[in-house]
Design a protein around this ligand. Structure first.
Ligand code: ARG
Length: 465
């Protein structure tokens, strides 16, 4: 028998083929350059599979021992960057199997019994993504803690709350930050939900139909920490819903960072100047020496588009695929990997950036003087004295117009002038027109009163898992 027909130990093509694959096709179809990222998961999955095969007496205990020994060496080689990755062996799975066989001989060739690369790759991705979801969740928690800390310091710092990007009503900066804490809460809940569907074992589905060997899938699932097995072999090898769900949860995470980034960019604009960022998060211009550019939030905003793109790639990848596995599925990895990398990098940056936000409370306060931000408080005041809300709204609108004409704030209009708009107005109006009065008045759950902001911080901290 020539090498050409000796399977894993010989030429790169099998007995089925009369010539090797062309170099172009080899490069086109290979995935080892990127899927080697799942090497440790691949080894973990293979070891669990091999142990099950031995328990079920499908392979001998001596074979298992050899496989364990070989895999330990391979893992070391990978960790020390000494593994001989080879394009001829197409993907991470065949590279490792080939190496195993080179190291331990026939026992290596027995590993693939009752298994296919189709259920193998699906298992590897799930193992890998599960770890990544856990890392992202931990980072989201750190981000929440950073926001909570800054919010606590600014539970009573007044900031103009905007609608339509126009001064609307006073809020506290702490309250504003807590909005992002809420978004992160939902992001984490979505990840947890998505994780429950990631965490099912495809192994045992083999190529698509299951296997004729007496396998024990439940024990493999347990060993690998899965909550259970994928219940249909066709679905097990072809399902990538979990990757799409993850990309969708990741898109929302990025959407939230993009919104925050947009605010940071605005706040950093010298015309607004609500905050400053530590220099290490900004960059200069190559031509304009005076510039300090908010590159980090701008890039986070930009990278959001890239993650949406990956979500679209994955959705489109799956839409035309008949059951069961198709090679199209190999295209799931790069979008998924890049999504994870982008989200993790962005999170790491924000975890550091948030504590470096320097709040310029004076700029916030003076912006609040400009937009008649307590006009609603004046209307509410009149309502509490018996005026129907629509009439109160109109009376205050006229008062705002007068203040505008005079170029002053509502609270700067003298009492008798204010009384010209409604006789219900009295000296107690000035407390109502103050920023502090306006803030303190919104004293209910979800409101911006400093007392409520502190209570919300407290509640969130207690519930933080
Ligand atoms: N590299 C392949 C992938 O990423 C592994 C599965 C290959 N299966 C096959 N039947 N060609 O999907």
């Amino acid at each position: 028998m020539t090498d050409q027909h000796s399977g894993a130990g010989g030429k790169a093509w099998s007995g089925r083929f009369s010539e090797p694959v062309s170099d172009l096709v080899k490069r086109y179809t290979a995935s080892v350059f990127f899927d080697r990222r799942m090497a440790l998961q691949d080894i973990r999955g293979s070891l669990a599979h091999a142990r099950m095969l031995a328990r079920q007496s499908i392979i001998a205990l001596a074979d298992l021992a050899a496989i364990e020994r070989g895999m330990a060496q391979i893992q070391g080689e990978i960790e020390h960057d000494e593994f001989p990755w080879n394009l001829d062996d197409e993907d991470v799975h065949l590279n490792i199997e080939k190496r195993l066989t080179a190291l331990i001989g026939d026992a290596g060739k027995r590993l693939h019994t009752g298994r296919s690369r189709n259920d193998q790759v699906a298992t590897d991705i799930r193992l890998w993504l599960r770890d990544m979801v856990d890392s992202i969740d931990a980072l989201l928690r750190d981000y929440q803690l950073a926001l909570l800390e800054l919010a606590e310091r600014h539970a009573a710092t007044p900031l103009p709350g905007f609608t339509h990007l126009q001064v609307a009503q006073p809020v506290t900066f702490g309250h504003h930050l807590l909005a992002y804490v809420e978004m992160a809460k939902r992001d984490r809940a979505r990840l947890a939900d998505c994780r429950s569907r990631i965490n099912r074992l495809p192994l045992g589905a083999a190529a698509l139909a299951g296997t004729s060997f007496p396998i024990d899938r439940a024990s493999v699932a347990r060993e690998l920490g899965f909550d259970g097995v994928c219940e249909n072999s066709l679905d097990a090898v072809s399902d990538r819903d979990f990757a799409i769900e993850f990309a969708s949860a990741a898109s929302l995470i990025m959407l939230h960072f993009s919104r925050f980034s947009e605010e940071l960019v605005l706040w950093l604009n010298p015309r607004i100047g609500f905050i400053d960022l530590a220099d290490r998060f900004c960059t200069g211009s190559s031509i304009m020496p005076q510039k300090k550019n908010p590159d980090v939030p701008e890039l986070a905003r930009g990278k959001t588009g890239r993650v949406y793109g990956h979500l679209m790639s994955l959705l489109t990848l799956m839409k035309g695929q008949p059951l069961a596995y198709n090679k199209d599925n190999q295209e799931d990895k790069e979008p998924l990997f890049d999504t994870v990398d982008t989200v993790i990098d962005t999170l790491r940056i924000f975890v550091e950036l948030v504590p470096g936000i320097q709040v310029k409370a004076d700029a916030m306060a003076s912006a609040l003087q400009q937009g008649h931000a307590t006009a609603t408080d004046l209307a509410d005041y009149l309502v509490k004295k018996g005026l129907p809300f629509r009439d109160a709204h109109e009376a205050v609108a006229l008062a705002v117009r007068r203040a505008e004409t005079k170029g002053c704030a509502l609270a700067d209009l003298p009492l008798d002038e204010l009384r010209g708009f409604s006789a219900l107005i009295d000296t107690d109006v000035f407390a109502v027109l103050s920023i502090e009065g306006s803030l303190a008045a919104r004293n209910h759950i979800g409101g911006t009163a400093p007392e409520q902001v502190r209570a919300a911080i407290q509640r969130t901290r207690q519930a933080l898992t």
